[in-house]
Design a protein around this ligand. Structure first.
Ligand SMILES: *Cc1c(COP(=O)(O)O)cnc(C)c1O
Length: 355
């Protein structure tokens, strides 16, 4: 791993927008902090790392990311502890996944320590923007896109790496009504569902709109081949508690290897709870909903955190689940995660990266 220390040029905004920002009215992803980070890739190397005032950037309309989709992102969060200390949750995992996405899209990797230093430098500049209220955090959005200014379906030779930061509150505020999606497909074997590629989210928009029109909050994607196995829930991983076992789809080409998913699995193991990472059939979930052995179901993701499923729908049949407030596992996970992230519980795994 590269261990050079980044020389990041910092240009401060003339005036902060912090005083005019109402932290009680945050809409996810709508409020940006005063600064952003930007770096260039050209001639085979990363350079010009800069923190500058948040704002528009000029680009050619021919850049290849706009036409051929060489673009991907990451998502992680920074938290403020009661003593004022600031931590970023498991940025090493995001740095590694950033490069998995880059490889799959024929884009240059960014050495993991440069990713982490970039995140830490921007968070450090924006520490006053990190909300302190429960379930609030600073959402960090690193991304990379191709900037070669000509048309041609070949990998670009130039790229930009950028990071934006947004103070955020909860993403979902109520239990979700979810359907198993059996027509549309998010990802197929051999594809790039495991990458946080921009195109994956464009392809999900029409199916999501249809689901919302039908009265659902989210869908559970199923396998492309047979539509018989659960894969992910919207842009979060999906986890079930079935007959005393934490069951979740095993990672594969079609599934994003979530940091939250990995964290929940590690916590379950710490607590002596059996965990199964395997193919999860819709049939067994529906059966569990009918006979009461499905005692928990939730989405797990950085933005979504732990998002309880209130009701499941399969081929028009509705299966209401138990009251989320009474669910032992997901509530324990949710509370323990918060305690670790806000520095109230011992961080035994070293998940908090202190800035
Ligand atoms: C980002 C994302 C997740 C969750 O990953 P985290 O690392 O936990 O945030 C799950 N599925 C998809 C499709 C995603 O884009």
């Amino acid at each position: 791993m590269n261990t050079e220390t980044l020389d990041i040029k910092i240009t401060k905004a003339a005036q902060s927008r912090l005083a005019q920002t109402d932290f009680s009215q945050l809409v996810f992803g709508h409020t940006f902090t005063d600064h952003m980070l930007i770096a260039d890739y050209a001639d085979g190397e990363w350079k010009n790392f800069e923190i500058v005032p948040y704002g528009e950037i000029g680009l050619s309309p021919a850049i290849s990311s706009l036409h051929y989709g060489q673009a991907f992102f990451e998502g992680l969060k920074a938290y403020k502890h009661e003593d004022g200390q600031v931590s970023v949750f498991r940025p090493d995992k995001n740095a590694a996944r950033f490069n998995k996405s880059a490889q799959r899209l024929c884009m240059p990797e960014l050495p993991e320590d440069l990713f982490i230093q970039s995140v830490a430098a921007l968070v450090d500049v924006e520490r006053d923007w990190i909300p302190t209220a429960e379930n609030h955090a600073l959402y960090i959005r690193p991304f990379m896109f191709a900037t070669d200014p000509f048309l041609g379906v070949v990998p670009s030779k130039t790229y930009k790496f950028m990071i934006l930061t947004c103070p955020v509150g909860p993403y979902f505020t109520k239990p979700l009504r979810v359907k198993f999606e059996t027509k549309f497909t998010r990802a197929a074997e051999g594809g790039f569902g495991y990458a946080k590629a921009a195109g994956n989210y464009a392809g999900a928009m029409l199916p999501t709109r249809r689901a919302v029109e039908e009265g659902f909050d989210q869908m559970i994607w199923t396998d492309a081949k047979e539509h018989l196995y659960a894969e992910e829930m919207g842009a979060a991983n999906v986890m079930f508690f079935l007959d005393g076992v934490l069951v979740t789809p095993s990672t594969r080409d079609t599934i994003l290897d979530g940091v939250t998913r990995d964290t929940v699995i590690a916590m379950a193991k710490d607590w002596g709870i059996p965990v199964e990472e395997r193919r999860v059939s819709i049939a067994e979930i529906v059966e569990g909903a009918k006979n009461g052995k499905l005692t928990d179901a939730f989405g797990a993701g950085t933005a979504a955190t732990i998002a309880p499923v209130g009701s499941l729908n399969y081929e028009g049949e509705e299966y209401p689940l138990s009251d989320p407030a009474t669910r032992e596992f997901s509530n324990r996970v949710f509370n323990t995660l918060n305690d670790i992230r806000y520095g109230r519980a011992e961080d035994t795994h070293g998940w908090n990266y202190i800035v």
